[in-house]
Ligand binder design. Structure first.
Ligand code: ADP
Ligand code: ADP
Ligand code: ZN
Length: 213
């Protein structure tokens, strides 16, 4: 299965990506996670990405497109992959299409997790992530067993620096301006499928399996 998952910031892409990765046994490639890993490692690319991520802006296309291409060429992507958070604008989508064509790869589907804007600031501001294993929680909607501690690995949960209210609002605006046009782009290709992301976690995944059948 070769998939893209898209949706507004906070829609539940990362959460559902974990389910999809396990169910279809494909690697989960998140550009956001790759940038955060580069920041943690203190690489030059990480430092550059940080500047943009802090403000809720997109990291420059040249950098982003390059890391995705390199990642897709790795062996574990041969049978399938789930790209999460990429592409985020038309230029990235065109670069991806060109790359896929060169490598004779077809996408099976572009999955849009649709959640209305109003719900999302609360989802982002309440998001907590494990700084060790990356597991995602929510202070109201998906609490860990022990406050502030990861169920999986026992490490501390943190709030992403870009999950403040002001940055969240800005990320939603960037989505509307730059990422939303992708829905039409993939609709025209006939591969767009949509699920309602404003439902219980398990119901969203049931719907995903149904639309991907
Ligand atoms: P994205 O990757 O699209 O930004 P996440 O998967 O990180 O979104 O989810 C954003 C926040 O919303 C997280 O705190 C997550 O636990 C929570 N969340 C995800 N799906 C749901 C849902 N169906 N209902 C309520 N909260 C959710
Ligand atoms: P969310 O799941 O909440 O939408 P991500 O982890 O996908 O957040 O992205 C966090 C930040 O990383 C973005 O606000 C942006 O600065 C940067 N980023 C992630 N993916 C891309 C991309 N494809 N192009 C440019 N910037 C990106
Ligand atoms: Zn953990």
């Amino acid at each position: 299965m070769k998939l893209l998952i898209t949706g507004r910031p906070g829609a539940g892409k990362g959460t559902q990506a974990v389910n999809i990765r396990e169910y279809y046994n494909i690697p989960h490639i998140s550009t956001g996670d790759m940038f955060r890993a580069a920041m943690k490692a203190g690489t030059k690319m990480g430092l550059l990405a940080k500047e943009y991520m802090e403000k809720g802006q997109l990291v420059p296309d040249e950098v982003t497109i390059g890391i995705v291409k390199d990642r897709l060429l790795e062996d574990d992507c041969k049978e399938g992959f789930l790209l999460d958070g990429f592409p985020r604008n038309i230029k990235q989508a065109e670069a991806l299409d060109e790359f896929l064509k060169e490598n004779n790869v077809n996408l099976d589907a572009v999955l849009d997790v649709n959640v209305a804007q109003e719900v999302l600031v609360r989802r982002m501001v309440g998001r907590r992530v494990c700084k060790n294993c990356g597991a995602t929680y929510h202070v109201e909607f998906n609490k860990p067993k022990v406050d502030g501690i990861c169920d999986n690995c026992g490490n501390a949960l943190i709030q992403r620096p870009d999950d403040t209210e002001a940055t969240a609002v800005n990320r939603l605006a960037v989505y509307d301006e730059q990422t939303a046009p992708l829905l039409d782009y993939y609709k025209k290709q006939g591969i767009l499928v949509t699920v309602d992301g404003d439902q219980d976690f398990d119901k969203v995944f049931e719907d995903i399996k149904a639309v991907l059948k």
